[in-house]
Design a protein around this ligand. Structure first.
Ligand code: 5CA
Length: 446
């Protein structure tokens, strides 16, 4: 890809309407464009990052045995009347009518629809557990959409649903998601902490939010710092191993502000480990038993009796994660962003110094590009006639983790190669390719 032909509309300055650094950067480097309040178009750079995040989320769902489906964005009001949430959901729900005057809605979440799908086909406890997920746009008519795609009205979410016979089985399902979320966020090079949370309009009484620490986050949290040391790397998909993991986390007091209890916090956390800060909610899991299966009559046969299935639901804010990664990785003091290689829009930027009548650096860049392509490395060449320092500054913002700079200092086979936030090294092309490939595969297998 040549920069001159790409659709990456860079702004000269930070847009004044954006209050937090992720929103500023996303507009500045042309990842998104607002189309109306809280509703955005995703331009190539933003879309690429979001699709890579989506793929990691998908792989980690598949890995714990969740099956992918795709439900529509538009739902009938009937099922929401069955569950009783049609009225309860209030003004956040976008209600529409079709030409037959039927009440429809743009789905804010899918508990009802997936329960309807489940009950029409699954009849026996022998088919349990059923774990289903989809990745689909949602709409919530938020009172105050803000911070760009962090709290918007139309957003992209992975939502999964579990169906089990007993509470005990359902906790096993819950814990599988608990583990898969930790793995997912790790592959995004994020440290997300599970915290006991309120359940709100989804319901139930067991719930965890997965929170990334950030000053600009909207969630207030109270936590024991020792929770950051919990290690999930040896946990396996067995009941007891997953229970141990949950216990390892729940040993430490860690809650969002709705659950905060000052006395409990101070009694259970020694002063030196207390942390009161803010974070971004990137995932949220819920257990709510028969809250939907009972009113919607979703049952299975068990020894001649009909039992209401026990359900949970599990969300990841796929589009919000794009902003959350920027909040975690962008240093707006020095103007350097560094995408984790696992989700970077390109693996490498080739930045040639180009003078008017001399195309030799551009020719060289094209050859490097072709070679990197044979190694499965996705590069972008800045073929514009900007000066080299403006180009480097621009790519520091765009955040592609590796840069190859082709300027006057290029000697023989040695190229100037640097990680966006690191020192310049002189390496030959083979060494560069293997360094990038190694970084990519490390993340893939994380
Ligand atoms: N049905 C449940 C679980 S699938 C559910 O909807 N949970 S949720 O309401 O907590 O949403 C799941 C995730 O979607 C949140 O953790 C958050 O990361 C993301 N999300 C929720 N609302 C918004 C919004 N207005 N803008 C961007 N992302 C959002």
């Amino acid at each position: 890809m040549h920069f001159s032909k790409s659709f990456i509309p860079i702004l000269k300055n930070n847009p004044t309407e954006a209050k937090i650094k992720s929103h500023q950067l996303m507009l500045r480097i042309g990842m998104i464009k607002q189309s109306s309040a809280g509703i955005y178009s995703w331009l190539p750079l933003g879309f690429k990052v979001m699709k890579k995040i989506e793929q990691i989320v998908r792989e980690e769902q598949d890995r714990v045995g969740v099956q992918e489906i795709l439900m529509p964005t538009i739902q009938s009001s009937e099922i929401w009347k069955e569950s009783g949430r049609y009225e309860d959901y209030g003004e956040e729900m976008l209600r529409i009518k079709d030409r037959q005057d039927r009440e429809m809605l743009y789905g804010p979440t899918n508990e009802e629809l997936v329960t309807e799908i489940f009950r029409s086909s699954i009849k026996s406890y022998k088919s349990l557990p059923q774990l289903l997920y989809h990745i689909q746009w949602k709409f919530r008519d938020e009172l105050r959409p803000r911070f760009g795609i962090m709290r918007c009205r139309e957003f992209y979410m992975k939502d999964a649903y579990s169906f089990d016979l007993t509470d005990d089985d359902a906790f096993f399902s819950y814990n599988k998601f608990f583990l898969s979320y930790l793995k997912t966020f790790k592959r995004l090079n994020l440290s997300a902490i599970p915290m006991a949370a309120e359940t709100g309009p989804i319901g139930g009484n067991l719930s965890h939010e997965f929170i990334i620490l950030a000053d600009t986050g909207e969630s207030k949290i109270y936590t024991d710092k020792r929770i950051f040391e919990v290690d999930s790397s040896s946990t396996i998909l067995k009941k007891s191993s997953l229970n141990d993991l949950r216990n390892a986390y729940e040993k430490f007091y860690s809650v969002t502000d709705e659950k905060f209890n000052k006395e409990k916090f101070e009694n259970s956390v020694p002063e030196e480990f207390r942390l009161q800060t803010k974070g971004i909610e990137v995932g949220h899991i819920f257990y709510f038993g028969d809250k939907y299966s009972k009113p919607m009559n979703a049952t299975v046969d068990f020894n001649g009796k009909k039992e209401f299935v026990k359900m949970g639901s599990y969300g990841i804010g796929v589009s919000r994660l794009v902003g959350a990664i920027i909040e975690a990785k962008y240093n707006d003091n020095d103007g350097i962003m560094k995408w984790p290689i696992s989700v970077s829009p390109f693996d490498c930027a080739i930045i040639p110094m180009i003078s008017k009548n001399d195309t030799s650096n551009l020719d060289k860049s094209n050859k490097i590009f072709d070679y990197l392509k044979t190694k499965n490395i996705d590069a972008i060449i800045d073929d514009t006639d900007e000066n080299i320092s403006a180009k480097i500054k621009k790519f520091n913002l765009i955040g592609i983790p590796y840069q190859i700079i082709i300027g006057n200092k290029t000697e023989g086979n040695l190229l100037e190669f640097k990680e966006v936030d690191g020192e310049t090294q002189k390496l030959n092309l083979d060494e560069i390719a293997s360094q990038i490939s190694k970084a990519k595969s490390n993340w893939f297998h994380n």
